[in-house]
Design a protein around this ligand. Structure first.
Ligand code: BGP
Length: 463
């Protein structure tokens, strides 16, 4: 079979986040995760919290050495708001944190790894949740922009790719619709307001970044879960349309095109869930669209029209319009319980090309979570994760096809580098090119790590 070749400067990278990899040592503040864990351990897989994670706070040099050994070109992680900022009201930084992030970034650069820095990976400081109600309040939007400005001023001379938020809708969905992120308050109105305030925070950060005239780019990472209707029936298609408006276009439209789809706003109005807009905000959004998009893709969302009419006496939820549909015989990652459907990566890529002005973008997360991966350790102590190699290959094949057809994709970042701690799932699902020993925190390259090294060297692979 013909070898698939990628463009000359294709960005072969990998991604993690601060709260999932650094550990909480020396942080001046607690995030909502630190707090939630302390107060509700039962929610966390095997009751394990984010205190140590990969201990990259102390072991980042080892991580970067392995990245360089594998030939990876870039690494996305996040600067923790609760670490960098000492005074949350003024945005004044903590000197110890400044030193840590300076060292971390410099170490990447010295090893030829481009740092891609994200400013929010689901980790609001708990004080801001408790004092102001988190992103339901525009005060928190303002404080986020101060934090972003501090980060740009401190590290913007060396960081050339900035991300304002990771999967903002996963955050607001989890916090206000589906009960998996603190404060787990079920209210569509809060979902809509917090999502809007995050959009303002994002646009505000983009504005400040541009005003500083640093020579870099700024974007956002979105989890586009393409909703696939169960059938061609118009009711199922409409169900997919609404799921798309609420969970994809809610950020994609305003971040790239500068405005919402009116249909989303009409649905909110109809159910009395419209958010508060102040003068000047529409213009802020319009004038501060992104330079690029990062797209996280794991699995599609299959939907159909709801079977039953909604209970109109209960509070409105977007699920009045669609139900998740478990297609029989769909291909599953049996180790995680998620569907495997690589073609969606092609569909997303072509949609970006055809509907979003072919804006520059990259796969910022894609990967395969596996439970109890220790069972695949060979006699030399290496995890033989052939399933992961297969998974990556298939997704890259579809991505390559889209790029051949003109989609402006610049890179592929696997989630994740070293197996990390993942929210309430803790260490249940392992995703890395590199495994983490939970007793010693030692790192061992998996078979997929050696495989990607070869792919990067050859800038392609045989399908
Ligand atoms: C993405 C998040 C990551 C990571 C990943 C895997 O949505 O951006 O932070 O957690 O999902 O999730 P899980 O460990 O729950 O399988």
């Amino acid at each position: 079979m013909k070898k698939l070749k990628f463009p000359e400067n294709f960005d072969w990278g990998t991604a993690s986040s601060g709260p999932q990899s650094e550990g909480s040592q020396d942080k001046p503040h607690e995030s909502l995760w630190d707090y939630w864990y302390k107060n509700d351990k039962e929610r966390f897989y095997q009751n394990v919290g984010p205190k140590i994670t990969c201990d990259s706070y102390n072991r980042y040099k080892e991580d970067i050495k392995i990245m360089a050994e594998l030939g990876l070109k870039s690494f996305r992680t996040s600067i923790q708001w609760t670490r960098l900022i000492k005074n949350l009201e003024t945005g004044e930084p903590d000197p110890k944190a400044v030193e840590f992030y300076n060292n971390y970034i410099n170490e990447m650069l010295e090893n030829g790894i481009e740092p891609v820095m994200n400013l929010f990976h689901f980790d609001t400081p708990i004080e801001l949740e408790q004092k102001y109600g988190g992103f339901k309040s525009k005060k928190v939007t303002e404080l986020y922009v101060k934090f972003a400005k501090t980060a740009f001023e401190l590290f913007g001379d060396r960081v050339k790719r900035w991300i304002t938020f990771n999967e903002p809708v996963a955050h607001t969905k989890g916090a206000y619709l589906y009960n998996f992120i603190y404060p787990a308050e079920l209210s569509t109105k809060s979902f809509a307001q917090a999502s809007y305030n995050i959009l303002l925070a994002h646009a505000g950060a983009c504005k400040v970044y541009k005003s500083l005239q640093l020579s870099g780019e700024i974007g956002i990472v979105l989890d586009l879960l393409p909703p696939i209707p169960r059938s061609a029936r118009s009711a199922d298609k409409y169900a997919a349309r609404v799921a798309d408006l609420f969970f994809n276009m809610i950020f994609m439209d305003p971040c790239v095109n500068g405005q919402y789809d009116d249909e989303y706003l009409e649905i909110l109005e109809k159910h009395d869930c419209m958010f508060d807009i102040l003068p000047g905000e529409k213009e802020l959004i319009k004038e501060n669209t992104v330079d690029f998009i990062g797209i996280n893709y794991y699995q599609p969302q299959r939907v159909n029209a709801p079977k039953y009419a909604p209970n109109v006496n209960a509070p409105f939820t977007p699920n009045w319009y669609f139900d998740d549909y478990e297609m029989p015989n769909r291909r599953m990652n049996v180790y995680r319980g998620w569907e495997i459907y690589p073609k969606s990566i092609y569909d997303i890529a072509m949609r970006v090309k055809n509907e979003f002005g072919n804006i520059k973008w990259f796969i910022s997360e894609n990967g395969m979570g596996v439970q109890n991966e220790e069972r695949f350790i060979n006699k030399d102590g290496m995890i033989e994760d052939d399933y992961r190699i297969e998974f990556i290959k298939e997704h890259l094949e579809w991505l390559h096809k889209a790029m051949e057809e003109g989609s402006n994709c610049q890179g592929y970042h696997l989630w994740t580098f070293v197996d990390n701690w993942s929210w309430t799932n803790a260490y249940k699902n392992r995703y890395g090119y590199v495994s983490l020993d939970l007793k010693t925190r030692n790192r061992t390259i998996k078979k997929s790590g050696y495989w990607i090294k070869k792919v990067i060297e050859e800038n392609g692979f045989e399908p």
